[in-house]
Write a protein that binds this ligand. Structure first.
Ligand code: G6P
Ligand code: MG
Length: 221
C-alpha cells in the first residue's frame, strides 16, 4: 500500500525550472557560447556545482580554477534569485494544491525532495510549506540526484518504506535517483526524456490519486 508521496520542487511544484534555464543561459552568453533548452535538460535535478560543470563542458571550457567556478556559480545564483523574487502563490503549478489536499485527505504523508539550496525561500514565496510534512533539500544532503540519498532521507523522515513511496519528478536525474531508491516514479513532462518513470503525465490536473494509487503499483502499467 502507498503511504507517502515525495515531490521534487523545481519544475514539479513550482515552474522555477525556466528560471534556472534563463540564468544558466545568461551565464553561457557571458562566457561566449549558446546554451539550448535541450542541453539544459541534463542540468535539471543536478546540484548547482555539477550543473556548472555540465554547462562548462557544453561550452568547451575546461581550464577554470575552483575559485573561478565558485564565482560563476554564485553569479548564476544571484540572477536566479532575482527571478525568484517575482514568485507569488499563483506560480504553484496547476492542480498541485488540490492534488496535495486529496492525498492528505486519504492519509498519505507528503515530502519535498529537492537538490536546491534555495528550496526554503521558494516554498516561502509561494506559501506552500504547510502542505508538506517534511522538506529535504540541498542544505541537508551531500550527494545530488541521481544518487538516491535525498529520496531515502525523505522516506526515513516520513517513516515510510521506499516501496511505499511514490516520487514525482520532472528531471531524468531525479527519476533515476528515485528508481535507485526503490520507489515508484511518476514523471511530470516528456515521456521520452523520462523514459525510466513508471508513468508519465504532463500535469497534476491529469492525476486522480485514487486511480494513481491503485494503478501505479501494477507491473507493466
Ligand atoms: C534543482 C534544480 C536544478 C538545480 C538544483 C540546485 O534540482 O532542478 O536545476 O541546479 O536544484 O539548485 P540551487 O537552487 O541550489 O542552485
Ligand atoms: Mg525538478
Amino acid at each position: 500500500p502507498f503511504e507517502a508521496a515525495i515531490f521534487d520542487l523545481d519544475g514539479v511544484i513550482v515552474d522555477t525550472a525556466k528560471f534556472h534555464y534563463r540564468a544558466w543561459k545568461r551565464l553561457a552568453g557571458e562566457l561566449g557560447f549558446a546554451f539550448s533548452e535541450r542541453e539544459n535538460e541534463q542540468l535539471k535535478g543536478v546540484s548547482r556545482m555539477e550543473s556548472l560543470d555540465l554547462l562548462l563542458r557544453a561550452g568547451g571550457i575546461t581550464d577554470l580554477t575552483a575559485e573561478q567556478k565558485e564565482d560563476l556559480a554564485s553569479r548564476k545564483n544571484e540572477w536566479y534569485k532575482e527571478l525568484l523574487e517575482t514568485l507569488t502563490p499563483d506560480d504553484v503549478l496547476p492542480g498541485v494544491r488540490s492534488f496535495l489536499g486529496r492525498l492528505h485527505s486519504r492519509g498519505i504523508r507528503t515530502a519535498i525532495a529537492s537538490a536546491s539550496k534555495n528550496a526554503p525561500l521558494i516554498l516561502e514565496k509561494v506559501n506552500i510549506r504547510p502542505l508538506f510534512d517534511v522538506v529535504v533539500d540541498g542544505n541537508s544532503t551531500a550527494r545530488a540526484k541521481p544518487d538516491p540519498e535525498v529520496f531515502l532521507q525523505a522516506a526515513r523522515l516520513l517513516t515510510a518504506e521506499p516501496a511505499a513511496c511514490i516520487v514525482f519528478e520532472d528531471a531524468a536525474a531525479g527519476v533515476e535517483g528515485a528508481v535507485r531508491a526503490g520507489m515508484r516514479v511518476v514523471g511530470i513532462g516528456d515521456r521520452e526524456l523520462l523514459a525510466r518513470a513508471h508513468l508519465t503525465v504532463t500535469s497534476f490536473e491529469q492525476l486522480e490519486p485514487v486511480y494513481l494509487l491503485s494503478h501505479i503499483g501494477i507491473a507493466g502499467y
